[in-house]
Design a protein around this ligand. Structure first.
Ligand code: ATP
Ligand code: MG
Length: 274
């Protein structure tokens, strides 16, 4: 199964303490009327300056928090809370240290009430899918960072969610591991046809993975531009990252982000007390 996502005028404000002391409450706008449509089965990468509200947007879509205004539709139905149709992979692996790789993947399946033998079979299947066959009985401390992140991805996929939400899942990994996980993720995405929303700080990662790249503005976050990525035929065994199309897209996103970062610095300068 797969699903479309639609953010319609999504605004999120948080109550915060004002500079006048603990009693003075003010509103902080993290997201400001975000509009974004993601088609079923699409892979969209989300980039934006630090603190612009990317994780907040994913939390709202995951149903962990509710928008202050606007709405989020999943297959044309409003999101009202968390559900097994969406699954998140975070930057930190968030594995249970007292459970094996197999046990960690099975954990999520217990909550959806799958019988024990089916759970075990499904967990093995997904560990195989992420290249961890033979590592089922290892505990997290016996796995490398890249392997732990594979377990986290297997755990998310094993639920068979319609939508996979990824919040900088490869940020803590070395370059080689990151590139091989990127390829694996693309392979899994093509095979399963899931809708993927992928947050990253890496411009190259966004261009490599995304069918489109959504660039958010600095605080408060809005969608600045959505850039369609066309890298030609991916099936060929070539170094896509060194192609002229790749360089052109990378530069385009880089320029959009640079403008946002300098705008944010300007705003900060103006807000600073003299
Ligand atoms: N619960 C909260 N209460 C108050 N402010 C919050 C809360 N959660 C997030 N914020 C603020 O909202 C803004 C957006 O935060 P968010 O974590 O979504 O940013 P981000 O784009 O994911 O940043 P990064 O790239 O650094 O991960 C930040 O300024 C943050 O301080
Ligand atoms: Mg974040």
């Amino acid at each position: 199964m797969t699903a479309s996502i639609s953010f319609r005028g999504v605004t999120k404000t948080f109550p915060v303490r004002g500079s006048g002391g603990a009693r003075q409450r003010t509103e902080f706008t993290a997201l400001d009327r975000v509009d974004l449509d993601v088609a079923a089965g699409e892979f969209v990468a989300l980039v934006g300056p630090s603190g612009c509200g990317k994780s907040t947007l994913l939390d709202l879509l995951g149903g962990l928090d509710t928008p202050t205004a606007g709405e989020i539709l999943l297959n044309a139905k409003p999101v009202t809370g968390p559900g097994p149709d969406r699954s998140t992979v975070f930057q930190q692996y968030a594995l249970l240290p007292w459970r094996t790789a197999q046990g960690n993947v099975e954990f999520g399946l217990e909550s959806i009430g799958l019988p024990r033998r089916q759970r075990a079979a499904r967990a093995r299947e997904y560990l195989g899918l992420v290249g961890l066959a033979g590592f089922e009985e290892r505990y997290p401390h016996e796995l490398s960072g890249g392997m732990k992140q594979r377990v986290a991805i297997a755990r998310s996929l094993a639920y068979d969610p319609d939508v996979l939400l990824m919040d900088e899942p490869f940020a803590a990994l070395d370059a080689q591991t990151r590139e091989s996980l990127q390829d694996e993720l693309l392979r899994i995405w093509r095979r399963t046809g899931k809708t993927v929303l992928f947050i990253t700080h890496g411009i190259e990662e966004a261009v490599y993975l995304g069918g489109r790249v959504a660039v958010l503005t600095s605080r408060p976050g809005r969608v600045k531009e959505v850039v369609p990525i066309d890298l030609g035929n991916r099936a060929e065994d070539q170094d896509l990252r060194s192609s002229p199309e790749f360089a052109r897209h990378r530069h385009e996103i880089w320029s959009l982000l640079r403008d946002e970062v300098s705008r944010a610095q300007q705003l900060e300068k103006e807000a600073a007390p003299v």
